[in-house]
Write a protein that binds this ligand. Structure first.
Ligand SMILES: [Zn+2]
Length: 436
């Protein structure tokens, strides 16, 4: 088996791995690089030609993968629905099948509607936990993992008598922590090579050390309960609508405090689309849940043929006058950019207003609307978040369970730190081929 990490050996984001055995070639993840000083986001309106996209380093240089090539890659596997793992999938040749979990497929289709992402035209084939499948010389077994994206998969890849385990992104402290423990208790054996994510490595330096994240999702729920128990105005929580664990924590805290949870149409639609994943996933028509309509969301749903959803959800709508009248009992979820100022401008006063930041702290730059608003109005930001990624202690437990002959850093800004914590570390450069 020949391994090339095209991107990810020394950065978080834009992950892409190519594996070849005999005449078969497969690709694991095709992520968008995270925005940075030297990087440009690619959009469907990108003016760059195919060769420019590759020459600039935005698209990994993989022969036979893209729509303008003759297809030469046998399959692409997407570990989960975070853009830094699938964000370039719209460039895949339509004749190359894409393997992904049902949850990943549902979220990618939602993003096509709401974020206007370019559609993936390939045939989508579903991965299921521990159901082995074959592609040419390869056998691939997905392992369901706990991550902030639902239905995320790690991948065991076998070819030519060698076995590689790709962690994707994972953790052991969310609501799916059981899946992490299952891998530890019954790990795949004889792993030659572990591609191990290390997002959390090195993050303990600096700001996050003085105000650390909560240790697990349950402690997030407990903190929300205590925030909701003593409030006199709206609690406005900023979180991703695709972090289902967080939506469950918010809903459970709302029930425990007899509060009311207000979500937007987009979040309501996400919850419905992902409902096959778990009967415990709260739905917009459940007790303690209401929907605030925003024009932009309603237009996108109507424009994509979801009038039935709009009609059904309408009965559960909450309008601004009721929202304001009942604000002391409401936990309202939103995201930062567009809606935050619309909501805060509608409030008659800010006394006792609680702002809850429930995402990665790094997104809070100090210059976005939330920071500016809180500074201007002398309001505290309540950080209530647990990471989507395993801390070092859990990465070590995973490596100890898998006992790989080689551990290769991926999805990390600090590959050189691996040698301090793991045996048999082999650091690669982006684009360097390794024969396993
Ligand atoms: Zn992720």
């Amino acid at each position: 088996m020949r391994l090339t990490i095209h991107r990810g050996t020394r950065e978080i984001g834009g992950s892409c791995v190519e594996l070849a055995s005999g005449a078969t070639r497969i690709v694991l993840d095709l992520g968008m690089p995270l925005p940075g000083p030297k990087k440009t986001n690619i959009t469907k309106e990108s003016p760059l030609s195919p060769s420019d996209l590759i020459a600039s380093g935005l698209l990994p240089n993989i022969r036979g993968l893209y729509a303008w090539d003759n297809p030469g890659v046998d399959a692409v596997f997407l570990s989960h629905a975070h853009r830094d793992h699938y964000g370039l999938a719209g460039f895949i040749h339509p004749r190359i099948p894409v393997y992904l979990s049902a949850g990943t497929r549902a979220l990618m289709e939602l993003n096509e509607i709401f974020m206007a992402e370019p559609p993936v035209l390939s045939e989508k084939r579903l991965l299921a936990d521990r159901e082995r499948l074959e592609v040419g010389d390869f056998a691939i077994t997905p392992y369901l993992v706990d991550h902030s994206a639902p239905d995320a998969m790690a991948l065991l890849v076998e070819a030519g008598g060698k076995r590689l385990f790709y962690s994707g992104d994972l953790r052991g402290h969310g609501r799916k922590r059981g899946s992490f423990e299952r891998i530890l208790h019954n790990p795949p054996r004889n792993i030659d090579c572990l591609l191990l994510e290390g997002t959390a490595l090195g993050r303990s330096q600096g700001v996050e050390e003085s105000r650390p994240d909560f240790p697990d999702e349950q402690s997030v729920e407990e903190e929300l309960v205590s925030l909701l128990s003593a409030k006199t105005n709206l609690a406005l929580m900023l979180c991703s609508s695709q972090n289902l664990d967080r939506l469950v924590s918010a809903y459970r805290a709302v029930l425990r405090t007899n509060s009311l949870m207000v979500i937007d149409l987009y979040t309501a639609f996400v919850l419905q689309a992902l409902s096959p994943l778990s009967p415990r996933l709260p739905q917009y028509h459940w007790r303690g849940m209401r929907i605030k309509y925003w024009k932009n969301h309603a237009e996108k749903l109507a424009g994509s043929g979801h009038q039935d959803f709009l009609y059904a959800a309408n009965k559960h709508k909450i309008k601004m006058p009721e929202l304001i009248a009942r604000r002391a009992e409401i936990l309202m979820l939103t995201r930062s950019a567009g809606l935050f100022p619309l909501i805060t401008r509608s409030l008659p006063d800010y006394n006792g207003l609680k702002i809850v930041w429930s995402m990665w702290r790094g997104y809070l730059t100090g210059e976005e609307p939330v920071s500016k608003f809180c500074r201007k109005n002398n309001l505290e930001i309540n950080f209530v978040h647990t990471s989507g990624h395993a801390p070092l202690k859990d990465l070590k437990r995973l490596a100890e369970a898998l006992q790989p002959h080689k551990t290769i850093p991926i999805h990390t800004g600090f590959p050189h730190l691996y040698r301090d914590f793991f045996p048999n570390v082999h650091c690669l450069e982006d684009g360097e081929e390794l024969s396993i």
